[in-house]
Each structure stands twice: as structure tokens, then as C-alpha cells.
Ligand binder design. Sequence first.
Ligand code: S3P
Length: 426
Amino acid sequence: MLRVKQAKQIEGTVRVPGDKSISHRAVMFGALANGTTQIEGFLTGADCLSTIACFRKMGIEIEQKEDRVTVQGKGWYGLQEPSSYLDVGNSGTTIRLMSGILATQPFHAVMEGDESIAKRPMRRVVAPLRQMGAKIDGRKEGEYTPLSIRGGDLQGIEYQSPVASAQVKSAILLAGLQAKGVTSVTEPHLSRDHTERMLQAFGVQVERDGCTVKVKGGQELQGRSIKVPGDISSAAFLIAAVMMVPGSSLLIENVGVNPTRTGIIDAVRQMGGKLELVNERVVNEEPVADLRVTHSELTGIELSGDLIPRLIDEIPVIAVMATQATGRTVIRDAQELKVKETDRIATVVSQLRKFGANVTPTEDGMIIEGKTVLTGATIDSMGDHRIGMAMAIAGLAASGETVIENDQAIDVSFPGFAALLEQISR
Ligand code: S3P
């Protein structure tokens, strides 16, 4: 159980753990590359450890010492058929990206995860990979885990994705790297582009045009060193804490500010929050900066359209922050929230209401009326790391004490979260 007391002030200079999306990809691409890949700043959260365990099970030597990881890549076809099922834990990124990789492999593998993974839709990757020629099965015609994959002999496709999903885009592009001809993916809005950037860093040619990405089959990856920046999705919790507790300020160093991920910065600024990027630089094809965040009085806004994929994982904590903004915040076009680690429209609403917040679910988002006085409550993370953390941040602005039950879920993406909160709270 995590106990959070109302904070008088948030202050300090901090770093957040490594980016989850980039950490997963660094291990996967390192395993498929020729030669060694050294990773620094790796996220040691449970999700990325699941990715390491899966590749070890396929015969890849991976050494991990805290946030330093060395992957001995054996080339694209250096993976071995696993002798038992691959456990992806809670990680959607692991199962969906690995589906694309396994679709290219001349062997059989089965992937399975926890209760949350068992409820998440897989046909979004299974359907296009089947079109390319992979044999994939799962419960409900391949919609749900366990997924059983027998790959090999793929044909490139031109795929129009119905959803803006980096996991779908990445799975198809990875399969496309070993398919005949060219593979292209077009999405309705641009999703995070870490796969495209990191493939280029590993020596792969990737063509981009708006929301379309293309790769030619038959390309190899070369091992390299990767420095992982701090995760802006983790920094988002601290940004919200500063905006919710009067008199607060924080310097969050070394945060990834890839434009496909900075919707939270745009949203906070639109709400009237003071947030500056300092010391901007580029590290391994990824923009990085320090964030100077100062408490500000916020106003409600409307979030929709192209902005949504750029802040999809931050919506739980944006909803929390909106309870302390003056006026109405409306979140639309975010139906993807329903198929995250939990149905995040339902879980945000049910948990936030326990504090006395005025929040109403809608078909594709929610409406939050501010400002409301929050009262400390007993909250359930519902096994969802971002719900646990978002509610802990609400606890900093709520009177009395807040208890987060099932707080072990937080380790999925932010090990050390509770200690960091304590360090910056006065
Ligand atoms: C991720 C993509 C996003 C995001 C998830 C991580 C990734 O999901 O929500 O936490 O690393 O590719 P989508 O694939 O639905 O965009």
C-alpha cells in the first residue's frame, strides 16, 4: 500500500526512469542486430524486464546491471525456437511488437501475459500479419491471448491502419523488414515514431511521408550503443504534481521530448501552466531536454484530434490535474483509452470520484468540472500502473491521507515512484 499525504509544496531537481517505449525497442532491435548493443538509462520496470526475459528464452545473451544492458545480437535469424511459452507480463508493447518479429521467424512460439493482457485486443496486429502470410491463432479467432505464431515467407503489404497505434505500426514494419517487396503503414494520426527513429539508428532505411511509413524487405540491423532518455510519460506525473500544489517548482532533467510524445507539454501550456524546455539536445536521433516546471493557476481546455495520440498515456493524470483547473475540461476522440491496461475511462472516473471530483465519462473520453476540493480517499490502482500513479498525485492535493492499494502495479513503468514523491514533497 502506498500512503500519500497532502503536500504543502513540491520542490527539487530530479530525473525520471528511462523511456519505456525506447527501452523495449533497444532490447528488441539489439537482439535482432548483428553485434553488440549497449544500452544506458534502460528502464528496469517490469514491462521492459518482460521483453528481456522473452529474448533470453529465444537464446539471446543479455546482461543487465541496473540501467545498463548489453545485448549480444545474433542477426535477424539468430533467435531460437522457445521451448515453452513467452511470458509478456503486463506489456502490450512486448506482445504486439514481438508478434511482428515472430511473424518473420521460421519456428513456432506462443505468447501469453497477465489478466490485463488477456483482455486486450490483438487482432489489430494479427490481421495485418496474417495478410502478410504469418500463421497466427489465439482465442476468439486471434483477438485474444494466448497467441500462437508460426512465421516465415512474408509478402509486403500496403496497410491502412484504422487506429493510430505505434504498436500496430511497429509490428507491421518489423515484419516488413523480412517480407518480399515494400511494406507501408498509413495511420489516421501520427503515433509515436520511436521505431522509425531507432531503426534508422541501427542502419535501416525508412521512408516517411506524413502519416505513412515504408520499409523495404531484406534489411539488416547493426548493433550500436543507445542512451535512453527519461520517460516524458513518467515526468507527466511530476508536472501535474507541480501544477496541483501551490508554490511548487521542479527541474526534471534529461527527459525525451520527441514531438510525437509532447502532447502533455502542449496541454499544460494551453491550460496556462508554466513549463520551459532548457538545455535542448539530440541523443541517438531522439530530442531531449530538461523541463523547468512552475506552479500556475490552470484553466480547463478541450483535448481532441491529432493531440490525443501525443498524450494518450497521460490522460489519467491530465484528468487529475483538470480537477484543479478553473472551468470545464473535455477529452474527446480518446476511445483507445478503453483498451489500455484497464478501461481508463472507467477506472479514472471511478477512482477520481472517490476524492469528490466532478468527472463524467463519455463514449470517447470524459468531462471534468473544476475546481473541486479533493478529500483523501482509499484508491485501487486496479492493477494499472498509470491509474495508481495518477491517483497518488491527486492525493498530494487532497486533504488528509490517501491510500493507494495494489500499488505494486506502479513498478511496471516507474520503479522508485514512491521514494521520488517523498523526496520532492514538503
Ligand atoms: C506504445 C504505444 C502506445 C502507448 C503504449 C506504448 C509503444 O500504444 O499507449 O504505452 O511503445 O509503442 P499504441 O500502440 O496504442 O499507440
